[in-house]
Design a protein around this ligand. Structure first.
Ligand code: 6PG
Length: 257
């Protein structure tokens, strides 16, 4: 039974990043208490940058034992690991380095690979090994962070992408209409296994697509990649700022600020 999205609206980007940080730290502590380790996948794009900076800020930096975390990525651009367009570069500069995260805790997608398909396969193997998942089952990450593009894409799952029908692979190679064109991405099969999926979406430019995903009127809107994100057993949370939530119907506009 698809889970009803839990929509939380914050006044602005900074308040949203602080609410996301509070949520992640609390979930991290609970998960480590229960299982000893916290498996999370980071999203790309620009929106998570504020969150990563908040997590590494004096008010938050010592509130969780980050040595217990294992980091994955929900997608990566096929560029070198020092390319400013790389999702790894954003996370490394704003989170891993300030938190002194050991490289052994980070599973980076090899966006620089000359053979993206082989890199996708290799990352799938790493994901299974790191989470101790047998070949016949799919790993359950504790938390998957996602963003949302104005065309309804999430991770690097774009409208019309064949990877949306791929229910075999955990990691796929996709083509993006946005630069850089070639991407590595978690598939819906990997994302929808997560215990918690947390969307972070900010800005007036996203208000229309947020309405299309959370209050769909047409079959086309229900088939947008972000609309197909529905945890099989987990929770789905949408953290929005007021501008991104502006076109939602009143009953979905519940401010938690
Ligand atoms: C990527 C992302 C992508 C991103 C959205 C939103 O690598 O580009 O994973 O899905 O989350 O495009 O991007 P912004 O946060 O920059 O608006």
């Amino acid at each position: 039974m698809p889970s009803v999205p839990d929509i939380r609206i914050q006044n602005n980007n900074q308040a949203l990043a602080e609410a996301a940080a509070e949520f992640i730290l609390e979930m991290g502590r609970e998960t480590v208490r229960a299982k000893g380790r916290f498996f999370l996948a980071l999203s790309g794009g620009t929106t998570p940058g504020t969150l990563y900076r908040v997590l590494a800020s004096p008010a938050f930096i010592n509130r969780f034992d980050w040595s217990r975390a294992t980091f994955f990525f929900s997608d990566e651009r096929c560029v070198a690991p020092n390319d400013p367009r790389s999702n790894y570069v954003l996370a490394n500069n704003t989170l891993f380095a300030p938190l002194k995260i050991s490289p052994a805790q980070v599973y980076r997608m090899a966006g620089e690979s000359r053979d993206p398909q082989a890199a996708a396969h290799e990352y799938e193997q790493q994901l299974r090994r790191a989470t101790n998942t047998s070949p016949s089952t799919r790993p359950t990450l504790d938390l998957v962070l996602l963003g949302l593009g104005e065309d309804g894409h999430t991770a690097s799952l774009f409208p019309g992408s064949p990877a949306l029908q791929d229910n075999q692979s955990l990691i796929a190679v996709t083509q993006s209409p946005k630069d850089p064109p070639t991407r590595l991405t978690m598939t819906l099969g990997a994302i929808n296994r997560a215990s918690v999926i947390l969307f972070l979406v900010t800005g007036a430019g996203k208000a229309g697509i947020v309405r299309a995903i959370l209050d769909p009127k047409t079959e086309a809107e229900r088939q947008l990649p972000a609309s197909l994100v529905a945890p099989e057993e987990g929770r789905l949370i949408w953290l929005l700022d007021r501008a991104a939530a502006a076109e939602l119907p009143t009953h979905q506009q519940r401010t938690s600020a």
